[in-house]
Design a protein around this ligand. Structure first.
Ligand SMILES: CC(C)c1onc(-c2c(Cl)cccc2Cl)c1COc1ccc(-c2ccc3[nH]c(C(=O)O)cc3c2)cc1
Length: 232
């Protein structure tokens, strides 16, 4: 059937994409990736700074998702806490697939690989980055997929499931149409995108375990990361 994006859907998409592009890691923070020190401690410290900056960016982006601020306040917090790691995986995956002109990509990879993270976490993490890169998502798809991840109804402690589901549903409809229009040859492209969300859940579980092991051997996080990840 003829796939048509309605006026409202185009407005929803524009709001999400504008918010996504407006809220980026400040270039002076991203540039820190290029500074010379490469010790595991230095790398961990830098990644902690990047993650903290990324969480701030994520909160601003989320507040601009149409309908989000009208949700119950506690549900807003539950959605942010429940999706932060997954949204950051999506965002950092775009850095890798964008092949940053400023060469941040391999520097970021280098610092992640040498930051004292457990080896068994590296493989699934970089497989994910590769699988996202292979999708060649357009920025609208990246922005809407991130918003869909944040508005996942079945996060812990979400009370009004229905309200979140309604918002997520309207974005899933737009994403499906977008996929059909942007990737007409790949019939299952939309299904493949949603498959990435399943992979994100797995990475998020790995990450939770990693946080515990980091806490054991005394890695320090910033107050914002402690709050959003319930550590320390
Ligand atoms: C607390 C630190 C050690 C941490 O714990 N888990 C992760 C962690 C890890 Cl590795 C992987 C995935 C998710 C998390 Cl949450 C991290 C580091 O998290 C990030 C590292 C880099 C970026 C990031 C995002 C956007 C960027 N743009 C640019 C640019 O050059 O424009 C650089 C950049 C970096 C985001 C999170």
């Amino acid at each position: 059937e003829k796939v048509e994006i309605t006026k409202e859907q185009r407005a929803l998409m524009k709001a999400i994409v504008d918010a996504y592009n407006r809220h980026q890691i400040p270039q002076d923070v991203a540039k820190k990736l290029l500074q010379e020190q490469y010790s595991p401690e230095e790398n961990f410290l830098l990644l902690t700074e990047m993650a903290t900056s990324q969480v701030q960016v994520l909160v601003e982006f989320t507040k601009n998702i149409p309908g989000f601020v009208s949700l119950d306040r506690e549900d807003q917090i539950a959605l942010l806490k429940g999706s932060a790691v997954e949204a950051m995986f999506l965002r950092s995956a775009q850095v890798f697939s964008r092949k940053m002109p400023s060469g941040h990509t391999d520097v970021l990879e280098e610092r992640i690989r040498k930051s004292g993270m457990p080896e068994e976490f590296m493989t699934p993490m970089f497989n994910f980055y590769k699988s996202i890169g292979e999708l060649h998502m357009v920025q609208e798809e990246q922005a809407i997929l991130t918003a869909i991840t944040i508005l996942t109804p079945d996060r812990p402690y979400v009370k009004d499931h229905q309200a979140v589901e309604r918002l997520q549903e309207s974005m899933l409809v737009v994403l499906r149409k977008l996929c059909v229009l942007q990737h007409p040859q790949e019939l299952q492209y939309f299904a493949r995108l949603l498959g990435r969300l399943t992979e994100l859940r797995t990475l998020s579980h790995y990450h939770a375990e990693m946080l515990t092991s980091w806490r054991m051997n005394d890695h320090k996080f910033t107050p914002l990361l402690c709050e959003i990840w319930d550590v320390q």
